[in-house]
Design a protein around this ligand. Structure first.
Ligand code: CA2
Length: 164
């Protein structure tokens, strides 16, 4: 792509699964007081520090998340995902993430390993380059920082290949 060409896609796709739209309204002792809109604003601001644009989405429907991941495949972007309860159940989401062949970082607000045993396993983790859990909204910001590094490395490797 020419340097002057307008980019058509965003750099980071940040996906949030079922019930995360309820953040800030219930169970603050587990999930904190920030709403998902607060987290979205903080993610956009952090991404801006790295010159990255963000597409931040939430759905209560597994199929929506699967479709969004499929659509991301052809774009050169990184996926940050908090799959919510689907982490522990969804082979479909795992398959979509594998198919996408994009860098993935999984985030959980709570430390899933300190909670009920059914939360200890996440299907999504095997498609993720990294997993962050237990750090609340800060986990999303750390994921942005890590993804910025991953995308930078990938684009440097691409340019090197093109020059060779
Ligand atoms: O810790 C996380 O981020 C989770 O992904 C959150 C999921 C949970 O099923 C995972 O085990 C861990 C639940 C999201 C629901 O969030 C609510 C927030 C406020 C009130 C009710 C649910």
């Amino acid at each position: 792509m020419a340097k002057s060409a307008k980019r058509e896609t965003t750099d980071l796709l940040v996906l949030n699964g079922p019930n995360l739209n309820l953040l800030g309204r219930r169970q603050p002792e587990i999930y904190g007081r920030d709403t998902l809109d607060d987290i979205a604003a903080a993610v956009v601001a952090r991404a801006k520090d790295f010159g990255l644009s963000v597409d931040f989405r939430q759905s209560n429907h597994e199929g929506h998340l699967v479709t969004w991941v499929q659509e991301a495949r052809d774009a050169n972007r990184g996926i940050i995902i908090n799959p919510g309860g689907l982490s522990h159940t969804s082979v479909a989401l795992l398959d979509a993430l594998i198919f996408a062949e994009l860098p993935v970082i999984e985030v959980h607000l709570s430390n899933i390993h300190r909670r009920e045993s059914f939360r200890h396993h996440s299907f999504v983790s095997s498609a993720a380059q990294g997993v962050i859990c237990g750090l609340g909204p800060q986990g999303y910001l750390l994921a942005v920082e890590a993804m910025a590094g991953i995308l930078k490395k990938a684009s440097a490797a691409k340019s090197k290949k093109r020059r060779a």
